[in-house]
Ligand binder design. Structure first.
Ligand SMILES: Cc1cc2nc3c(=O)[nH]c(=O)nc-3n(C[C@H](O)[C@H](O)[C@H](O)COP(=O)(O)OP(=O)(O)OC[C@H]3O[C@@H](n4cnc5c(N)ncnc54)[C@H](O)[C@@H]3O)c2cc1C
Length: 503
């Protein structure tokens, strides 16, 4: 398609689709270009041999039906606004941790149960545990009472600050604190501090000292309020619903449509050039690509280049999608697990195993009598570039790596190796290729000591070019990029004279 629209969105990830659907609902003519032939990026689903796998995300926040959950039940609010439905099932345990020295603990929906289990392992720290997790509750309570909007939108800040002056000041003060420093105010025990590190590593891929307290307040408190809810049919139901919402109001997604270039004239984005050479003009362009892919791949010339060391680049993943015989899963087995063999290497590449068995919540994702295991560890493209992709050596290296992961996982699922009936393996190269993510990275991270407000926001150095997704505030995770989509849409909508209603 050639021509002119109000807004072009590059990429149908959750960030891009959220922004597009909200803009279109306000009557702003929006078109999305996606290089793949399906929506969702790291939150897509894919099917093989009767199994439906989550390509990435499978722990979901933001689906609470409780209106007190404020901005933290964003999915519910957005789908209500768009008039589309995503059915979910509650997950009673966010993560079951299996840690060194036989330390096993479930982060349950029931907050008191979780705190009591922790205090049982660390009785001398009972008071410190209460105080530390209370700090997270405080952040949660402030955040959940403020409407979602852009930190760059002066009208939004003035309105929120005017209506909730005390809460706004308290939140602003808390943005300067890290989760790890806060923990050290109350807790001395080294093993407990390591546990708090793995709590932050579980989603931030950084230790607690490098993780802002505000982010922790969202993930580690909301699990006890809105809770964790899984979309029936798999992760891909979330982007599919956003597409339905977009289309319902007259917008659309063009698949197999890679944007090769953002057309910039005199420092202003004028539209995009697609891989087939077509140019689409727009009053605003929103990129859902990473900060490196946007500025180093899609904008010619060096003026806007982002150097490699501007942010910490999170590693990528080696992923294993297994179809297994159901007999290997014992009764009462939780859906999401994290496995650490040794604290010395938990944050090294491959050191921590994440795995999920979503079929425990939704058996329809696998043939009868089967389950899914999705397991993954951090990895880098450099670990795999010695092999030619598709070569026998590459395939063998993947199989060997997968076998070692399966054998480590047998610690909590004995007999897993014999139960595997389907095995699909993905390296960081796969991640890079499918999602156009620089080195397959999980995203840009703040450097230790940087404040959460130093994350890129939705405005960019190029006029009329806006950004959404995990390179922008607040960061990685489906609910976080949903927030960035909302704040990006609210900024663009106000600029176009049609401000969004608050969510
Ligand atoms: C293994 C793994 C497990 C995870 N687990 C969880 C979890 O349990 N819970 C959670 O909340 N989060 C989880 N996450 C993180 C979460 O999935 C991501 O943070 C989030 O989905 C990123 O969304 P996004 O919109 O920023 O970008 P992406 O998902 O990267 O989407 C960007 C889209 O843009 C497209 N695109 C890029 N460049 C172009 C171009 N030039 N032209 C056209 N299209 C383009 C891509 O194809 C892609 O579809 C996980 C991620 C991974 C990888």
């Amino acid at each position: 398609m050639s021509g002119q629209v109000n807004v072009v969105v590059i990429g149908a990830g959750i960030g891009g689709l959220t922004a597009a659907a909200l803009l279109q609902e306000r009557g702003i003519n929006t078109v999305v270009f996606e290089k793949n032939d399906y929506p969702g990026g790291s939150c897509a689903s894919f099917s093989r041999n009767g199994y439906t796998f989550d390509a990435g995300a499978s722990v979901f926040y933001g689906f609470s039906d409780n209106d007190r959950s404020g901005t933290l039940n964003l999915h519910t609010r957005i789908f209500r606004k768009l008039g589309v439905v995503v059915e979910t099932v509650p997950d009673p345990v966010q993560i079951h941790y299996h840690l060194p020295k036989g330390f096993s603990i479930e982060a349950s929906f029931d907050r008191q149960q979780f705190l009591a289990s922790l205090a049982m392992r660390f009785p001398e720290e009972k008071d410190g545990i209460e105080k530390f997790y209370r700090e997270l509750e405080d952040v949660y309570e402030i955040l959940s009472s403020l409407p979602a909007g852009s930190l760059e939108d002066v009208a939004h800040l003035a309105s929120v600050g005017g209506r909730y002056p005390l809460k706004t000041v308290m939140l602003a003060l808390k943005t300067f604190r890290s989760m790890g420093k806060t923990a050290r105010r109350y807790i001395r025990n080294e093993e407990l501090l390591r546990f708090i590190d793995i709590e932050s590593y579980s989603w931030a891929v950084q230790d607690a000292l490098s993780t802002p307290l505000v982010n922790a307040g969202i993930c580690l408190a909301d699990r006890h309020h809105g809770g964790i809810n899984y979309p029936l049919g798999g992760s891909g139901k979330i982007p599919e619903a956003l597409c339905r919402g977009l289309e319902k109001f007259g917008g659309n997604v063009h698949y197999r449509s890679e944007v090769k270039e953002i057309v910039v004239e005199n420092g202003e984005a004028k539209g995009v050039r697609l891989s087939n050479g077509e140019i689409v003009h727009a009053q605003a362009v929103i990129t859902n690509a990473t900060v490196w892919d946007t500025f180093n791949r899609m904008i010619p010339g060096s003026r806007y280049r982002v150097s490699e060391d501007r942010f910490l680049r999170a590693p990528s993943w080696f992923q294993m999608f297994l179809g297994i015989d159901a007999r290997v899963i014992p009764a009462g087995f939780n859906v999401h697990h994290i496995l650490v063999d040794d604290w010395k290497t938990y944050d090294s590449l491959g050191g921590t195993i994440y795995f999920s068995a979503p079929t425990i919540l939704d058996p329809s994702l696998a043939p009868q009598g089967k389950h899914i295991i999705h397991a993954f560890v951090t990895s880098e493209t450099t670990e795999w570039e010695c092999h030619v992709r598709g070569s026998a050596a590459y395939r063998d290296a993947k199989q060997r790596y997968a076998d070692s992961l399966i054998s480590r996982t047998e610690k909590i699922l004995p007999g897993l190796a014999e139960a595997v009936e389907l095995k699909i393996l993905a390296t960081p190269q796969t991640h890079e290729r499918y999602l156009h993510r620089h080195k397959g990275s999980y995203g840009a991270l703040l450097k230790p000591g940087q404040n959460i407000l130093q994350k890129p926001q939705n405005r960019t150095p190029v006029r009329n070019l806006f950004a959404t997704g995990d390179s922008t505030f607040p960061g990685q995770g489906v609910i976080a990029v949903t927030y960035s989509g909302v704040s990006c849409a609210s900024l663009v909508a106000r600029k176009m004279g049609k401000p969004l209603e608050y969510l």
